[in-house]
Each structure stands twice: as structure tokens, then as C-alpha cells.
Design a protein around this ligand. Sequence first.
Ligand SMILES: [Fe+2]
Ligand SMILES: [Fe+2]
Length: 249
Amino acid sequence: MSEMFVVAHISDLHFNGSEHHRSRVESVLHYINSRAEGIDALLITGDLVDRGTAAEYDEAFETIHSPLPTVITIGNHDDREHYNDRFRHDPSLAHANSSLTVNGVQLLLVDSSIPGRAGGYIDDDDLDWLEDQLHDAEPGTPALVAFHHPPVTVHMSYMDTIRQTGEERLAELVDRYPNIVAFLCGHIHSAAVTTFAGRPLCVAPGVSSTLNLPFEGSGVLNEGQPPGIAFHLIGDDNRIVTHFRAVMD
Ligand SMILES: [Fe+2]
Ligand SMILES: [Fe+2]
């Protein structure tokens, strides 16, 4: 690993044909892409689009451009088939898992979406895939494990009803891999930091919108918040430091 590993993490783009959402995505991508020389990868943790239509994926595909190696997984607003058609071009890839090793860090993206459901669950095949990836890596390689749905509650009453469940199976796997540095996710449209299975769990801000905490307002959306990015940095001590950035238009 050169001096420092950096991944730019964005989430919940929710392309829906509106100029508002598209321009927020363009703003964060411009911020990241114009600093690409110092960044190793771009990570997008799902809810690329809002309703899962082919037209929304066309818009997402036309807008998401970066010189960085880019890895994406999907969320509850995504449609696995339309996503695969537009972004992967390989019908054999049933689930949106992917693995990228760059600058000495293994980025592992696991599909936590359940077709037709808002909540999340990593099914057994995908957990097996994750374990295979961890097992086959060079021993001691620092790993970041990313998915859409947080596997813990976050004190957001609706989001807590549609979090990732079955998380004890993931925690059990994680116990065998001390080289997992942190978990990365999205879904709650709120930059947040907590822990899961004894490791940091960092949630990217929502690009399309931010959701209110119970004491912030009675509406669902926190209208005043700009789109944002989480930059996750890993140094020689294999410890994660996350810096959040809000991006003004
Ligand atoms: Fe979302
Ligand atoms: Fe979501």
C-alpha cells in the first residue's frame, strides 16, 4: 500500500428524471473527479435510482462518470435486472456483489437488497461469496465490507424498521476475519458513524436528500441539507478515518 488508501463513498443517488437529483449527483462527482489523483476508488452503496425503471438506469448510466475504479452495489429502490442490464451487461451475475483490490485494500460489496422489499438481508449465497473473497485474499489484507442496509438500528424510527436483518450471521463470519477494518453502507440518508460486530460502521450521507432525526423536524426530508461524500482513509496502521464533506452547487 502506498502512503494512504482513500475511497470516496457516495450513496442514495435516487435518479428519478428530476434536475434536482441529477444536479446533486453531478456536484458530488465533480468534487470527487477533480481530485481523483489523490483517491483510489469510488464506492456507491445503492439506491442508484428511485423506482427501478430502465429509463432511470439510462439516466444514471449517462451521468455516473469517473476516472476512478468504480464499484457499485444496489439498494431497496433498485431493480436488480435493470441494474444488471445497464451496468453489468452480464445476466449470469445474479446479485450485485463485487470485489476490487486497489492500493493494498480489498473492497467487498455485498448485495443486501431483497427484490420487492424495503428491508435488507444478505442471503446465504452472498455470505458464502463474501467469506470466499476474504479467505482467498492475501492474509492480513485490510478489507472494507460495503452493503446498502445498515445491520443495526440508528434511532430513525422508520429506517429502523427496514434495516438489514439476519445480521448475526454476518457478525459470526466477521469474527473470523480481524483484517476487516470497517463496514460501509447507505440507505438512511444521514451521515452517521456507529459500530457493528466490534468494527466501525460508517454511513455515507444521502446525495439525493437527507432525512430528519426525530428532533429535527416533523417532515421526512431535511430540506436544507446539501449532498455529501464520505472519504474513508486507511493508513499504514490499517485504521480507518472517515472525513465527511458537504458539497455546495
Ligand atoms: Fe435511499
Ligand atoms: Fe435504501
